[in-house]
Design a protein around this ligand. Structure first.
Ligand code: B12
Ligand code: SF4
Length: 548
């Protein structure tokens, strides 16, 4: 291995991409930064296109020939305790737990490239850095923002003395790990537009393109890791730079119609910056090109702001947590039920699509407080513009007020899951009953139960494999994958693959996949199930130029 690494491979380790396609924006920021300093950077996703991780990693490594590897760890688990399709369960809960997937990636990389150093970073990693490095058997990590610490690590490598002085660095110190203090974050002034990794085009076309407006959260909700991840001080990106980024995305990424502002909460600390940004969006007509979403608190929120959000075409995800003031107070929430009601009413008045997030079972929860929350949900029932998403119990993560509360208690009452080093294993506080029992109770009392369909199944694997290959312009491989896929997966991926092929002038392949798909439907004897695809295929074929 060279002492000055130059070829960096960044691997996104999030298996939940199969369920919700959120692309690794953080890795793009890091790649952008490193490239400015002359590094060659490749970003890849080891769980695609084959179902076998080792096959994919072999391929990725052969192509990238890296001399340093960075692993992006976004999610430790889903923080949701009642996932019908989850892969990890215990008494009273079922969830998705991703650490074993990341471990498999690390083990295979180590086997294939035993001498190449690895560093880990990302949102989930920064929650429990030392315990994660120990579990995975990796020597380096970076907490918080990774751009500059990673560049400094690469420059310093392998000088351990220099490495040990880098802010935000986590490194082995005998049997233990040292976590260096981070530097306060600042948005770089002259970054220029951030190129997005086109391998994940499908993700940002369908799930929204992430754009960052600020970092940090100055609130203190007991269960939440975000003030710890991003800092308690809010750091704003220059408003002009955000607008430039939106214009760049509009020019450069044709299919993108949805922007997700990835702030902790869009409307903190007050409505000033957000309002100015939205006014500018409307003034420049960017709202005619994009729809916008972000996460919001019930307060601050007023009718002028709601109107602005409506003018710009926002959908909002509202962190309400509970409609009981007893629970909100115990949770240290900065708003109360009255403010949640006000915001729900403003959303209705200004036609804002609103997803209300709730957590039943936080400290202070009783059947009485649950009934109060349900009563309010009934008063503001789901409708085409409003839906509820909820989980049961607060996931106890290291470093949160909820974690400190649980650590100081003598009893294990209302605790579910396995208490492990760094609180890595799924571990919940849930009162007055276990998560699965509370879920039943809510289902019995609230007739509009939202049932998670978070399946990580073979259809999503096949569909995403086709999209991943198409996004890399590997047209023949994408078409072969499509032909190998079963009809459900073809149905799910046809539209995307066709548009990509036709848009890239691959008319012959677009025609071939269309014909074969049509034949497969006709021969399947399942015309009822797939029949509505036929007019779509016919229409698509009719708009292809007659010559290939
Ligand atoms: C916005 C957001 C969402 C949006 C994403 C929209 C979109 N289109 O991108 C939505 C609402 C869809 C969402 C969904 C989910 N989310 Co979310 N999300 C966030 C949030 C608020 C911001 C993420 C973000 O994009 N930040 C901006 C980017 C640039 O920052 P970043 O990724 O952290 O990257 C920086 C550093 O981490 C570091 N870094 C990153 N990778 C690497 C790699 C290396 C090698 C190095 C050195 C450094 C490094 O450098 C980067 C640049 O500075 C975070 C909380 C937070 N404040 O971080 C939660 C968070 C990441 N989400 C979380 C969770 C749990 C989820 C869900 C599982 C929820 C669910 N039950 O469905 C899903 C998962 C979806 C998926 N497949 O990943 C957790 C993850 C941790 C955990 N608990 O395991 C977080 C931390 C929130 C929390 N309170 O716990 N999320
Ligand atoms: S839930 Fe929202 S407001 Fe509360 S601490 Fe987390 S990011 Fe901040």
């Amino acid at each position: 291995m060279r002492s000055n690494p130059k070829k960096i491979l960044l691997l996104y380790t999030d298996k939940y991409y199969f369920v919700k396609q959120v692309y690794p924006f953080g890795l793009d920021l890091i790649a952008h930064h490193l490239r400015k300093y002359g590094y060659e950077v490749i970003i890849d996703y080891p769980f695609l296109p084959e179902s076998d991780l080792e096959t994919n990693l072999n391929q990725i490594i052969a192509q990238a020939a890296p001399d340093f590897i960075g692993l992006g760890m976004r999610n430790l688990d889903t923080a949701v305790s009642c996932e019908p399709f989850g892969n990890y369960e215990g008494h009273g809960y079922k969830t998705f737990f991703f650490l074993p997937d990341v471990k498999r990636v690390v083990d295979i990389v180590k086997m294939l490239l035993p001498k190449i150093p690895m560093v880990i970073g990302g949102g989930a990693f920064s929650i429990s850095p030392a315990a994660i490095l120990k579990t995975l058997g990796v020597n380096y990590g970076i907490v918080g923002e990774g751009e500059d610490p990673l560049r400094r690590l690469l420059e310093a490598f392998p000088d351990e003395k220099k490495i040990s002085k880098i802010p935000g660095l986590v490194f082995r110190n005998g049997d233990d790990f040292t976590v260096n203090q981070r530097k306060p974050y600042t948005f770089a002034k002259d970054t220029g537009p951030i190129e997005r990794e086109t391998k994940f085009n499908y993700a940002y076309e369908t799930g929204g393109m992430p754009v960052q407006v600020k970092r940090g959260c100055n609130r203190h909700c007991a269960y939440c890791v975000e003030p710890h991840l991003e800092g308690k001080k809010l750091v704003f990106k220059d408003l002009g730079a955000v607008i430039e980024e939106l214009r760049f995305i509009a020019r450069q990424y044709e299919g993108i119609r949805n922007i997700f502002f990835v702030d902790t909460e869009f409307n903190i600390p007050n409505l000033d910056y957000g309002s100015r940004l939205i006014r500018k969006i409307v003034e420049l007509g960017l709202h005619e090109h994009f729809r916008f979403s972000s996460q919001f608190l019930p307060s601050p929120f007023d009718s002028d702001f709601a109107k602005l959000l409506n003018d710009a075409g926002f959908s909002i995800i509202l962190t309400c947590d509970s409609f009981s003031d007893i629970v909100l107070e115990k949770n240290r929430s900065s708003y109360r039920k009255k403010e949640s009601i006000n915001t729900l009413e403003l959303c209705e008045k200004f036609n804002l699509n609103c997803t209300v997030n709730l957590i039943f079972g936080l400290p202070g929860e009783t059947y009485e407080t649950i009934d109060q929350t349900i009563a309010l949900m009934m008063k503001y029932p789901p409708n085409p513009g409003r839906c509820y998403e909820y989980t049961f119990g607060g996931r106890i993560y290291q470093g949160t007020p909820l974690c400190r509360f649980v650590e100081t208690r003598k009893s294990d009452l209302h605790i579910y899951g396995n208490r492990s080093e760094g609180f890595l294993d799924p571990y919940y506080y849930c009162a007055p009953e276990n998560p699965l029992k509370l879920k039943k109770y809510v289902a019995q009392n609230f007739p509009f139960l939202y049932e998670y369909q978070n399946k990580d199944d073979s259809v999503s694997l096949q569909k995403l494999a086709v999209a991943y290959l198409a996004d890399q312009a590997q047209w023949n491989q994408a078409a072969s994958k499509f032909f190998e896929s079963d009809l459900d997966a073809c149905s799910a991926s046809y539209d995307y693959l066709f548009r990509k092929l036709a848009g890239s002038g691959e008319v012959k392949t677009a025609r071939t996949i269309s014909k074969k798909f049509m034949d497969a439907i006709l021969q399947s004897g399942e015309k009822e199930k797939y029949g509505d695809q036929i007019p779509v295929i016919q229409y698509y074929m009719s708009i292809l130029p007659s010559r290939d």
